[in-house]
Design a protein around this ligand. Structure first.
Ligand SMILES: [Mn+2]
Length: 220
């Protein structure tokens, strides 16, 4: 079984198909960990979720966009900020797929706030407050899905040769690597930034967690 991690997909189904094909991902045998934000911005969020539902070994970390979408599907609530941050696209793309909403809601509800694997690697969408014990934050949804401080500080950790020893590795989505002028995954100290900007004109990245080899889509 190979283990892959994938950054923010944001409704870009063609990019998703590209990286799954390039990486030789096996839907039956391999593990796929999504760092969240499957939906919004791109043209085809329903198909992204349909594809993910076909992955036998799938871990979905909740992203802030997934949460907005989930609230809309569950309660019909439409956050104004969400509408302007790509939610409008998602609502439109479900116009012709209303029959899928119920099963996609069930799917999104299975997302977790973080995942810690058997090798003490942490996977979380946004981040966490590095100066507070992690165990005190495990139910703090707002921090885990929205935080950018860890991703932004990671550069300083790298410069200072500092490592967050709590985890062997930390994988983050949410904060595009474009912030550091790149469209490839970035490793700062033991922190991996995996959102290579697919949502806003960048690329989608999938990476083999063991070998660190990665594959990217064309720019969206
Ligand atoms: Mn996000």
């Amino acid at each position: 079984m190979k283990k892959f991690v994938i950054g923010d997909i944001h409704g870009h189904h063609l990019a998703l198909n590209q990286v799954l094909a390039k990486s030789g991902f096996n839907f039956e045998n391999d593990l796929l960990i999504s760092l969240g934000d499957l939906v919004d911005l791109g043209p085809d969020s329903p198909s992204v979720i349909e594809t993910m539902m076909k992955v036998k070994n799938f871990r979905h970390i909740l992203g802030n966009h997934d949460k907005w979408c989930l609230n809309w599907m569950r309660f019909g609530t439409i956050d104004d900020i969400w509408l302007n941050q790509g939610g409008q696209k998602t609502i439109q793309s479900y116009e012709n797929h209303k029959n899928l909403i119920e099963s996609h809601l069930t799917f999104l509800e299975q997302a977790v706030l973080y995942y810690r694997d058997e090798n003490n690697r942490l996977f979380v969408h946004g981040g966490f407050a590095w100066d507070i014990p992690f165990d005190q934050q495990i139910n703090d949804e707002h921090v885990l899905i929205w935080d950018r401080s860890l991703a932004l500080m990671s550069y300083n950790f790298e410069l200072q040769g500092k490592k967050l020893g709590l985890f062997s590795e930390i994988y983050l989505g949410h904060t595009p690597t474009r912030h550091f002028g790149q469209l490839t995954p970035i490793k700062h100290s033991n922190i991996w930034l995996m959102d290579t900007g697919c949502g806003r004109g960048g690329k989608l990245t999938i990476m083999d967690i063991e070998t660190k080899r990665y594959w990217q889509s064309d720019e969206s």
